[in-house]
Ligand binder design. Structure first.
Ligand SMILES: CCCCC/C=C\C/C=C\C/C=C\C/C=C\CCCC(=O)SCCNC(=O)CCNC(=O)[C@H](O)C(C)(C)COP(=O)(O)OP(=O)(O)OC[C@H]1O[C@@H](n2cnc3c(N)ncnc32)[C@H](O)[C@@H]1OP(=O)(O)O
Length: 203
């Protein structure tokens, strides 16, 4: 994987602003109760906007790159990418040992009525555990992810996701993590095995 330095920061800022507006469009779509003729008019407007965006398009989302401040970023990532409307986006921080992200799900993420889809929670934990692997000094692809759903995950409520290294054996790294309420009540727990592909090590 080649990681390049970013260029065109003001355009990136505009792209992130568009992505945030599209998130708000998706949220509004999931909750709207406007009448049918208004739905049809809005659909035509959105189709026109989609065509304008597709006028000049890339084949893959924004890449892994070095930001101007020297940090690595992946603006196209489905979980953390500020330029990907699918992303919350999750902001993951580290104290050098473990990782942590404050998050709040939205009605858009509903699975069972009134709570968050289990696959969405698993996606967040997959990413948080993956960053815990990186913070431990390794990198890998998720080989297996085991998720234990303790309590329904509410949306519209501040939550904390955490992840930490547990052990390492050859190219295999095990990590664990959870999503909890801010009072520490655990909602979802996960353990993950990440494997560094031999090719990444030049083997
Ligand atoms: C994507 C991360 C990029 C990292 C870049 C680095 C820095 C960037 C900085 C920040 C980014 C932040 C973090 C990243 C955040 C999130 C991560 C998200 C991760 C994903 O969302 S990623 C998508 C889903 N993921 C896949 O798409 C994987 C598809 N798959 C494969 O690509 C291969 O399948 C692979 C590579 C898993 C293994 O392939 P391989 O050829 O290396 O495996 P091999 O056979 O050599 O096995 C070696 C040893 O692992 C054991 N082993 C293998 N597979 C196992 C399994 N499934 N279960 C149990 N054990 C397993 C064997 O048993 C053997 O064990 P032993 O050595 O003891 O015999």
């Amino acid at each position: 994987m080649t990681i390049e330095a970013a260029t065109g920061e003001s355009r990136i800022t505009a792209l992130c602003a568009l992505s945030q507006q599209v998130r708000e469009l998706m949220d509004a779509t999931a909750l709207t109760d406007v009448p049918e003729d208004e739905l049809e008019a809005i659909t035509a407007d959105v189709a026109a906007l989609t065509a304008r965006l597709r006028a000049v398009a890339r084949e893959t989302p924004q890449p892994f790159e070095f930001a101007p401040d020297g940090t690595l970023r992946h603006l196209g990532n489905a979980v953390t990418g500020a330029a990907n409307p699918h992303a919350l986006p999750l902001v993951v921080t580290s104290d050098g040992e473990s990782v942590r992200a404050e998050l709040s799900f939205r009605p858009l993420h509903e699975g069972p009525p009134g709570s968050v889809h289990g696959g969405i929670s698993a996606m967040i934990l997959d990413h948080v555990l993956g960053q815990a692997v990186v913070v431990a000094g390794f990198a890998g692809m998720t080989a297996s992810l085991s998720v234990n759903y303790r309590k329904p995950v509410p949306y519209g409520v501040p939550l904390v996701a955490t992840g930490a290294f547990t052990r390492k054996e050859g190219r295999k790294t095990w990590v664990e993590g959870r999503i909890a309420l801010t009072d520490g009540t655990v909602l979802v727990e996960a353990t993950g095995l990440f494997v560094t592909p031999a090719a990444w090590l030049g083997e």
